[in-house]
Design a protein. Structure first.
Length: 262
C-alpha cells in the first residue's frame, strides 16, 4: 500500500493534511488562536485512508509549552490505523524520542521549538536517523514594526530569528525538508504567504512544504508554481465544508490533483 502511494505522489507534488492535536482531540485554529474542536483524530485517519491521502502530519500544539513529547500511545494508534506515511511533531527534543516515534510507526518527525533553541540538535538527529526522517517546521509571523521572524511554542514566543537565515541553517545542518507555516495566514483560507514561501524555496535546495492559508485548490497550485513549494500542507480546507465551515473531513481525488498541477 505504501509503495503505491509513494508511486502515485511522484508525478505531482504531495498534498498533506496537517492535523492539530489538543489533548485527545483534533482542533483547528485561526492565526494560531481560537481553537475549534473538530473531532476524533483516529476517525480522521480512517477517513483519510478511504480518501487515499498522500501522507498525514500530526502536530501536538501544547507539547512544547507543557515541556513534554507527543504521546507515544497516540503515535502507536495512528501507526496501527494509517495506510499512508505519517509524520508527527510536538515537543520532540531528544534523540531517544525520535527513535521511539519511528519504532511506533512514524515515518518522519517534525521539529519546531527545539530546532530554534538548540540548532545542533538537528545535526545530531540527521546524523543519527538520516535527513529523510527529520523535518523542521518554521512558524513565521510579521512583527508590527519590523520584518517577519520565527516563533516557537505554538506561535506564542518570538525568537528574533530571521526565517530565511534560519531555514538556510537548518538545511545546512541536515534536515530533509522545511515546513514553512505563516501564522498570519493560518486558518484564513485566503491563500498561502506566497512571498515567504518563495523566499524560503529560493534560499535552500531541500524540499519546502507550504503551510498556512489554503482555501481553494488554486491556492495549492499557486504555492507550487509561483513559490516553488515542493509540497503543500492543508488544514482548514480538508476539515471544513462550505462558507459556514461545517465540519467535513475531505480530500481531493488523485485524478483531480494530477490535473491541477499539470
Amino acid at each position: 500500500m505504501l509503495s503505491d502511494i509513494h508511486a502515485k505522489s511522484v508525478d505531482r507534488p504531495r498534498v498533506i493534511p496537517i492535523l492539530l492535536l489538543k489533548g485527545n482531540g483534533l482542533v483547528k485554529s485561526v492565526k494560531f488562536r481560537d481553537y475549534r474542536y473538530i473531532g476524533d483524530p483516529i476517525n480522521a485517519v480512517k477517513i483519510f485512508n478511504d480518501l487515499k491521502a498522500d501522507e498525514l502530519a500530526f502536530l501536538d500544539i501544547l507539547a512544547s509549552k507543557e515541556k513534554r513529547c507527543i504521546s507515544l500511545d497516540f503515535v502507536h494508534k495512528v501507526g496501527d490505523e494509517a495506510n499512508m506515511p505519517f509524520s508527527v511533531g510536538g515537543g520532540i527534543s531528544k534523540l531517544s524520542e525520535i527513535k521511539e516515534i519511528i519504532n511506533a510507526g512514524g515515518e518522519k518527525v517534525i521539529i519546531n521549538s527545539a530546532a530554534a533553541r538548540n540548532p545542533e540538535f538537528i545535526k545530531s538527529a540527521a546524523d543519527a536517523f538520516g535527513s529523510s526522517t527529520i523535518a523542521v517546521s518554521i512558524d513565521v509571523k510579521k512583527k508590527f514594526l519590523g520584518g517577519p521572524q520565527v516563533y516557537i511554542e505554538g506561535g506564542s514566543k518570538a525568537t528574533g530569528l530571521d526565517p530565511i537565515k534560519f531555514a538556510r541553517q537548518m538545511a545546512s545542518y541536515g534536515t530533509g525538508e522545511i515546513i514553512i507555516n505563516s501564522i498570519d495566514h493560518d486558518g484564513m483560507m485566503e491563500g498561502y504567504d506566497l512571498d515567504l514561501v518563495k523566499r524560503i524555496s529560493e534560499a535552500v535546495t531541500i524540499p519546502v512544504i507550504a503551510v498556512g492559508g489554503a482555501g481553494t485548490l488554486m491556492h495549492l497550485k499557486q504555492a507550487v508554481q509561483e513559490s516553488y513549494a515542493s509540497a503543500v500542507g492543508v488544514g482548514s480546507m480538508f476539515v471544513y465544508h462550505g462558507p459556514r465551515r461545517g465540519i467535513l473531513v475531505n480530500y481531493p481525488p488523485n485524478e483531480e490533483l494530477v490535473k491541477l498541477f499539470h
